[in-house]
Write a protein that binds this ligand. Sequence first.
Ligand SMILES: [Fe+2]
Ligand SMILES: [Fe+2]
Length: 287
Amino acid sequence: MTASPVLRIGQLTDLHIGFDRTSAREANLIRLEAALALLNEPGLQPDLILLTGDLTEHGDGPSFDQLAAALAGCGVPVWPIPGNHDSRAALLHAFPHVVTTDDFVHYTLDLPGLRVLMLDTLDPGRHGGAFCDRRARWLAERLGEAPDTPTLIAMHHPPFAAGIAWMDTHPDEPWVARFGAAIAGHGQIVGIVCGHVHQATTTRWRGVPALIAGSTAPAVALDLRPIDADAPDGRALIAGTAPGLALHCWDGTALISHLFTASPAPALASHDGRMTALLRAMAAERP
Ligand SMILES: [Fe+2]
Ligand SMILES: [Fe+2]
């Protein structure tokens, strides 16, 4: 029997290129390069990469140009959507292969055996997400036209609260209800992948597996206490962790998502002959 080919989808989110305007080799660019280098390892190489928003810190053209240059050599198609730090016009200028038909950067990727709907949750000037009636109508139409095609949704802002109070989406935000209504009853959705929170998180939302990938820019500190903006308590808000990334694998029946970091990981055991007996024994257990 021939195994079905597995589609590998890399996800990079919250790159925040241009955070340090004083350096052409800023830390966030170096962090992105580390994530790309890891994705290029033989056991990982994706077929395409999704960029799920906050691609830049200030949404300016030079930062987007710097990002596009950093991605130019990655060798696979790169598909971006905007986050709250981005500008639609600058994004579309830097990624001219992204074709949009209206005022939003939302579009469809028809991949082998899987459809990806790239959504736009940007509301310029606002930190949190947005999903207006027009975007909800667009999503409902896309879902309605291919009800039998497994579909992955990518969006910057998660529709759920991750538990990090100062970053969270509130479940009563009107846009969350609009998004929820648009996906209701569409059983072909196999997952929702997001960014924005800078902390790898998984849940199930309205019956659909949903996750936030870790950011390539520094993480939001994992602290689940309530927070009072007017009562500084010295807690860490941003943490200097290794760049985060995700690799989603679609085998035709299930989406398997790996959430990991580009941190130094020296091999402590290798396939150099000393593990052969163990590998053989484990392989022999399988049907
Ligand atoms: Fe971000
Ligand atoms: Fe964001």
